[in-house]
Write a protein that binds this ligand. Structure first.
Ligand code: ZN
Length: 358
């Protein structure tokens, strides 16, 4: 669907002298109680002079305690986070909160409304433009506000992702290898408390521009998720996400949170710990073709084992290209679409680690 509003490229607009941001909100971060409000970003366009983008933001504040910032939908084609967060907003009782919870259920709302990964307004990936810019396009202005006004308030940040349109993950909670060993230990404890089937312990290969990096630079505890994907919503992913979110709220002592009445998933007592040590874990198409996985998500594979093949339908005499695992590990991610082009990520094999080795 094409909306001419979304085709307007937002040009850089100067910030009034002395102003720290172009974003406004009537949410008072110091106020006790539950507030449901918006971040308002100036968005002038042909059909809306003096128009604003209204990005939902919700705060629960009850007495003294830690602050947790929870975001979903930073990529607009990932729906598991928004589903779980909208349910929490409606279910959580203020008297069960101890401290402050700031929730943005669909951070990149324009992208969410179009089911796209990037913002359709300025074609920017919100999770590749941190720390943002107060004089940039709407997505950069939003990143700047989160970086400068929300992250500093938070002790803990959970950013909920999934594979979006093109990838499908075995459900993982995700953390980074950190230089600050005290924060790494706190993050590791939270990852175990989350209770997902898998935990991914990443050495980020391309950290620039991520919210993750912005939060970690600010010396706050940061967790992310990769919960299925395919630009759809599945019961298993939502249940794991809801269970993990409530576990974290309880673990951090910021709320006594009960799971949704529809959630059936119970904690894994031992989450399988995985690591993507280097580029060889990512299997990339080197030719166009039709991708056939030969294993299922979550399957254990051996080095050299065929995990998929790329067929050449237009040249039936040509043999398929066989894709093999580069190491022993778990098949944790696959391409969703059958057709693939050279350069597409087809699969990820993560190696299994012992918790004690960390
Ligand atoms: Zn994402």
């Amino acid at each position: 669907m094409t909306d001419e509003n979304f085709l307007v490229m937002e040009k850089s607009i100067p910030v009034p002298e002395g102003a720290k941001t172009r974003v406004t909100t009537d949410l008072d971060f110091d106020l006790e109680g539950k507030q449901i409000s918006y971040l308002r970003i100036p968005y002038s366009r042909n059909t809306s002079a003096w128009g604003r983008l209204l990005i939902p933001i919700v705060q629960f504040k009850n007495g003294d305690g830690p602050t947790m910032f929870i975001s979903g939908g930073i990529h607009g084609d990932e729906f598991e986070g928004p589903v779980v967060l909208i349910k929490l907003i409606q279910r959580l009782k203020l008297e069960n909160v101890q401290g402050r919870i700031i929730i943005m259920p669909a951070v990149n709302l324009p992208a969410h409304l179009q089911s796209t990964r990037l913002s359709p307004i300025d074609n920017v990936d919100l999770n590749r433009c941190f720390p943002g810019s107060k004089t940039g396009s709407v997505t950069q202005v939003l990143a700047h506000y989160i970086n400068d006004f929300i992250v500093p308030k938070a002790d803990y940040v959970l950013d909920m992702h999934s594979g979006g349109t093109s990838l499908d993950f075995a459900p993982c909670v995700v953390m980074h290898q950190l230089e600050d060993k005290e924060i790494e230990a706190k993050t590791l404890a939270a990852v175990r408390a989350y209770g997902a089937p898998f935990a991914l312990y990443l050495k980020e290969g391309d950290p620039d521009g991520l919210l993750d990096t912005a939060v970690e630079k600010a010396k706050k505890v940061f967790l992310s998720t990769e919960l299925r994907g395919g630009a759809t919503v599945t019961k298993d992913a939502v249940d794991i996400a809801d269970n993990g979110l409530c576990n974290l709220l309880n673990h951090f002592g910021v709320a006594k949170a009960n799971r949704s009445k529809y959630t059936r998933y119970k904690n894994k007592t031992t989450t399988t710990l995985l690591r993507t040590a280097d580029e060889s874990c990512f299997i990339t198409a080197e030719d166009d073709g039709l991708f056939e996985p030969l294993v299922n998500l979550g399957d254990r594979v051996k080095a050299g084992q065929p995990i998929g093949q790329l067929h050449h339908i237009t040249t039936p005499a040509r043999r398929p290209f066989l894709l093999k695992a580069n190491s022993d590990g778990v098949f944790i991610c696959r391409r969703v679409q059958g057709r693939a082009e050279a350069g597409d990520c087809l699969a990820v094999i993560a190696t299994e680690e012992e918790w004690e080795d960390l």
